[in-house]
Write a protein that binds this ligand. Structure first.
Ligand code: PLP
Length: 414
């Protein structure tokens, strides 16, 4: 597809989307197909010749749409809202076009900085304590993830790391880890139980009150019982808006109970209902949030943002850094310690000349490379990345590297 064909197909796509939303009310919310409905309607192997875009879109309407559960339908009342909006679709289109992968600040400065600023805005919008902001004096800040399940797992692993931080060596850790106990309500999402399994810790799912909320008293008695057995309470997952009935655990009471124990990590799972905290009048259940170590909610559920966008804030980002410390050379970078360019990695040393060369090439900006390392050899790595790259672009890259290297060698010999 060339640019001209793209323009025409994109118009066709927009028309299709508008027509889809215009007719959404008339579409069955639940697909009326049987398992295996699709295979007989599809060729048995991938087509060898291209088809026109219009033919493909006709197939979407004819064979894909009947098998779609219509999450956007006004008659869809299952699971949870999976909001999107027209501005969000446009944003997705732009993201798709720019296709940047922001795993470090250098990988795309605007990507990282926009994320940090947006997460500060969002934290302010839902009334989170200041310590969760990147602009606060501490090391707090927010990050965009794919799912709330991921956030719970990250919180539990970071909590585990905190609980084991004073252990010297592997053996001490291996002795203490089985004593760690995490807590959540029996009504918490299944991802909490899975996080417990993946973190290899004991998890207690505690009884709730008449409103299906976990209360301080139930937690206090479970923690006391465990402590008497020599176990170590280290993490509580508090659900604000349970999946089953949108119940709110008592964050305030739970926070007060945790104060009686040393360093218990409180993670708030507000995946479902967190968007409601945009409205000040709905913030009652957030009482006690100043005691939380991490907080998560899903803008893709209720904030009209396309799937997937799950946001997590952490009080002390270094605790997550410690839990996930890895250091591949291609992700090392110049601005690592800058709070405006946060990531979850650590700083390095290596081959001095190649490092200077890499720095200079990237500063000159005609090409962009990262370094790599294999069996102790540090080298500059040139990958063919763009679909627009031609042989002449590779020759240009080579000439640029050669010219800069020669210039640097000459300068150093002077
Ligand atoms: N926590 C709660 C309270 C939820 O309601 C859900 C999903 O509905 C999740 C966690 C899991 O969310 P995700 O699918 O983003 O992992």
């Amino acid at each position: 597809m060339n640019n001209k064909e793209f323009r025409s197909a994109a118009h066709e796509m927009i028309d299709y989307i508008v027509q889809y939303y215009d007719t959404i009310r008339d579409r069955r919310p639940l697909a009326a197909v049987e398992p295996g409905y699709l295979r007989p309607l599809m060729p048995s192997s991938a087509p060898t010749a291209p088809e026109s875009f219009s033919d493909i879109m006709n197939d979407v309407e004819r064979i894909i749409q009947p098998g779609m559960t219509q999450w956007m339908s006004p008659h869809f009342h299952a699971y949870f809202p999976s909001g999107n909006s027209l501005p969000s679709l446009l944003g997705d289109m732009l993201c798709g076009a720019l296709t940047c992968v922001g795993f470090t600040w250098e990988a795309s400065p605007a990507c990282t900085e926009l994320e940090v600023i947006m997460l500060d805005w969002l934290a302010q919008l839902i009334g989170l304590p200041d310590y969760f902001l990147a602009t606060s004096p501490g090391s707090g800040g927010g990050v965009i993830l794919s799912t709330a399940s991921e956030a719970t797992l990250i919180a539990m692993l970071a909590a585990k790391q905190r609980a084991l931080k004073d252990c010297v060596g592997h053996q001490e850790k291996a002795k203490k880890a089985p004593l760690l106990v995490a807590y959540a309500s029996e009504m918490s999402h299944s991802s909490v139980e899975r996080a417990g399994l993946l973190s290899s810790v004991q998890l207690r799912l505690l009884p709730t009150d008449d409103t299906f909320a976990l209360r301080g008293a139930a937690l206090a008695s479970a923690m006391k019982h465990d402590a008497e057995l020599g176990l170590i309470p280290f993490c509580v997952i508090v659900t604000l808006g349970t999946t089953a009935s949108c119940a709110f655990d008592s964050l305030q009471e739970i926070g007060e109970v945790c104060r009686g124990y040393s360093d218990v990590w409180i993670h708030v799972d507000a995946a479902y209902a967190g968007a409601a905290f945009v409205c000040e009048e709905f913030r009652g259940p957030m009482k006690g949030v100043h005691m939380a170590d991490s907080f998560n909610f899903n803008p893709h559920k209720w904030l009209l943002v396309n799937f997937d966008c799950s946001t997590m804030w952490i009080r002390k980002s270094e605790e997550v850094v410690d839990a996930f410390r890895v250091d591949p050379i291609y992700l090392r970078r110049q601005h690592q310690a800058n709070p405006e360019a946060p990531d979850y990695r650590v700083v390095h040393d290596g081959n001095a000349f190649n490092k200077r060369l890499l720095k200079r090439l990237n500063k000159e900006g005609d090409i962009h490379l990262v370094a790599s390392e294999a069996r102790g050899v540090y080298f500059l790595r040139v990958a063919v990345c763009s679909r627009f790259t031609e042989s002449e672009d590779m020759e240009f890259a080579w000439r640029t590297i050669e010219r800069t290297t020669s210039a640097m060698l000459a300068e150093e010999q002077r």
